[in-house]
Design a protein around this ligand. Structure first.
Ligand SMILES: Nc1ncnc2c1ncn2[C@@H]1O[C@H](COP(=O)(O)OP(=O)(O)OP(=O)(O)O)[C@@H](O)[C@H]1O
Ligand SMILES: [Mg+2]
Length: 321
């Protein structure tokens, strides 16, 4: 197999003696999207900063496109595109002005820079606003401009730190399509996100970071399978019924909990659905609706961060807003 385009081995990083990352291994092959998922402070940006040569690791090694990020930082920088957590667009310049500037900084001649900038403006649907100052752009348009700028150097690896934070659903979908296209064109994409839905939809593989350590790694299907838990969601005609159902199910050895207007009962195997229904039936409680669901990436994330996080309540509240 070809060597991964982005790889880190036992990377650690300390700030003032405190570990922000401890022994992180990742490998991202060409043409794939890898999502780094984690709470605020999990170490996502720190890992991106190391891989993009902004800061060195305290120990361990990292290579991008075959080059060591510390010893060969210059070679790495020539082959990557980075869209940081905070946009680097010059607000005074127009969209096209920003792209031309970046292309020139990357060493393109005046005409080549203009041509590349115009091509990307078209590809990213920025033609209409291209000559207006970036200060007038909406958040989503700014994100697109940032991403266009990071592709000017025809990168082999692209690093996107929370690229869809603050985007509306339309902007988010547009960005997802761009990321998918990048991967289809052979880029290795490392993307950090707080949105589980995003990881589920985009990622070939997911690394869950918690407190600077890898809490889990795999495809989202593998992570869900590891959790090995199904959930039965029940709906009742009244709140009273739902309350008595929870009490009956609790007595029968299940651990039901309220979720929105429904009641969720985690079960270990499909055959246990019958047990849930029997327990309710014995007390004459009839649900209006019943569904059996595979675990979602949300469930995985909550389960993992419950184990390792100091603030489990925060984990429960996560997800796209
Ligand atoms: N320059 C720095 N100096 C000191 N501590 C730092 C520095 N940068 C990061 N940290 C610490 O390292 C840890 C990881 O931070 P990092 O920014 O990588 O998290 P993150 O996963 O990107 O979080 P967020 O979701 O908020 O962007 C945090 O505890 C943070 O306070
Ligand atoms: Mg961050």
């Amino acid at each position: 197999m070809d060597r991964p385009v982005i790889e880190s081995a036992a990377v650690t990083r300390e700030f003032g003696g405190k570990a922000a990352l401890s022994g992180v291994d990742i490998a991202v092959p060409a043409g794939t999207v890898h999502c780094l998922l984690g709470h605020n402070g999990a170490g996502k940006t720190t890992l991106v900063d190391i891989l993009t040569t902004l800061i060195p690791p305290t120990s361990g090694t990292a290579r991008v496109a075959g080059y060591d990020v510390v010893a060969q930082g210059h070679e790495v920088r020539r082959r990557i595109g980075v869209a940081g957590q905070f946009s680097c667009v010059d607000m005074q310049l127009s969209g096209i002005g920003n792209l031309v500037l970046v292309a020139r900084l990357l060493g393109a001649g005046r005409r080549a820079a203009r041509e590349r900038a115009q091509r990307l403006t078209a590809e990213f649907g920025l033609e209409e606003v291209a000559s207006r100052p970036a200060a007038e752009y909406s958040g989503g348009t700014l994100r697109r401009l940032d991403l266009a700028a990071c592709l000017l150097g025809k990168p082999q690896a692209v690093f996107l730190d929370e690229p869809t934070t603050g985007l509306d659903p339309v902007g988010r979908t547009a960005l997802w399509n761009l990321v998918e296209r990048l991967a289809a064109e052979g880029c290795a994409v490392l993307l950090t996100t707080q949105y589980l839905e995003e990881a589920d939809r985009l990622a070939d593989r997911v690394t869950v970071l918690s407190g600077g350590e890898i809490a889990a790694e795999g495809t989202s299907a593998e992570l869900k399978a590891d959790l090995g838990r199904l959930s039965v969601t029940l709906r009742f005609a009244s709140q009273e019924q739902a309350d008595s159902a929870r009490s009956v199910l609790g007595d029968a050895g299940f651990a039901p909990y309220r979720a929105g207007s429904g009641t969720v009962v985690p079960i270990e195997a499909p055959r246990l659905v019958a047990g849930v229904v029997r327990a309710l039936d014995a007390f004459g409680i009839e649900p209006e609706g019943i569904s059996v669901d595979e675990p979602t990436l949300d469930d995985v994330f909550v389960a993992l961060t419950r184990r390792t996080s100091l603030e489990p309540e925060e984990a429960v509240a996560w997800g796209p807003s």
